[in-house]
Write a protein that binds this ligand. Structure first.
Ligand code: C2E
Ligand code: CA
Ligand code: CA
Ligand code: CA
Length: 278
């Protein structure tokens, strides 16, 4: 709220009510966002230690004519509360497949895979694995050209069910990354049982790198990953120093502003042409 003028007290008194109203307006707007073509995929490159393309994470963007740019940290939780996450998640996945198909058709030098975020609510649906597999088959693209990023919250609700779904998806040829690793209530016992391919270190841990000589959490995550034969991705790498530190610790894949910010499809395609060495 603004700190000048008389309005400030009114804003304060009505703030809770206003917040609730604002949320309802935003929910309503989000409901129409797909149909109104207000949602857009952005892409953030993921690179290997030698700088070669590993792939890109798909990050959803909402440009609302009413609210302007809304961060996914705001509208994804809203979509989860309202159940809209199912149609939005499906749209993101299909749109990602569509991009891969188009890039192939147009000989865009895209070599890795698109990594798509999956909400716990989507993952919990009984048909989740079948739907993913059907969508990829219908598009006729290689399963290895997509990857899924899931969070612990999504996986630990029903472990046997999770194992079944993950196995089905991996058998089909889609790799799975455990996102935001270390931020939830991870249990090593469960982790051992889950069929995964990659661990993703959360940005909060990467932020600590370089601030001191010791980075016990990042070190542990990388060594857990290595001993379980999982590739490790670091997100939110912003400096050369962090990158060097991660390399010294044996991290496999890097993502962050130091390499590239999330970009529109046009910008990403241009990036692909300038980073075309395998
Ligand atoms: P996330 O999956 O942990 O994604 C990483 C976030 O870190 C992204 O924020 C990305 O833009 C940001 N980031 C990457 N590198 C850097 C860096 O070097 N510095 C800084 N400061 N930030 C960096 P973004 O795009 O705002 O997305 C936020 C969250 O929203 C994501 O966190 C993810 O949980 C969720 N999200 C985004 N798109 C989707 C989607 O399509 N489906 C679902 N279910 N969730 C999504
Ligand atoms: Ca992610
Ligand atoms: Ca993440
Ligand atoms: Ca994160």
């Amino acid at each position: 709220a603004k700190s000048n003028g008389r309005g400030r007290y009114t804003v304060y008194e009505h703030s809770l009510e206003k917040v609730a109203q604002e949320r309802m307006k935003m929910q309503q707007a989000l409901k129409n966002a797909i149909a109104n073509e207000e949602l857009l995929l952005f892409f953030q490159p993921q690179v290997r230690q030698d700088g070669s393309q590993f792939g890109a994470e798909v990050l959803l963007r909402w440009f609302s004519p009413i609210f302007g740019f809304v961060s996914p940290t705001k509208f994804i939780p809203l979509a989860e509360e309202t159940g809209l996450i199912h149609s939005i998640g499906e749209w993101v996945f299909n749109q990602s497949l569509h991009c891969i198909e188009q890039w192939q058709k147009n000989s865009i030098p895209f070599k890795g895979h698109l990594s798509v975020n999956v909400s716990a609510w989507q993952f919990a649906l009984p048909a989740f694995a079948d739907d993913i597999i059907r969508a990829v088959n219908n598009k006729g693209i290689k399963p290895s050209s997509v990857m899924l990023e899931v969070t612990e919250t999504g996986l630990l609700i029903d472990i046997p069910d999770t194992i079944q779904k993950l196995s089905q998806i991996r058998k089909f040829g889609i790799e799975i990354a455990l996102d935001d690793f270390g931020t939830g209530y991870s249990s090593m016992a469960y982790l051992r049982d889950l069929p995964l391919d990659l661990l993703k270190i959360d940005k909060t841990f990467i932020d600590e790198l370089g601030k001191s000589d010791h980075s016990p959490i990042t070190e542990s995550i990388i060594s857990i990953g290595r001993s379980m034969h999982l590739s490790v991705i670091a997100e939110g790498v912003e400096t050369l120093e962090q990158s060097n530190r991660l390399a010294a610790l044996g991290c496999h894949i890097y993502q962050g502003y130091y390499y590239a910010k999330p970009m529109s499809e046009d910008d990403f395609v241009a990036w692909l042409f300038t980073h075309n060495h395998s």
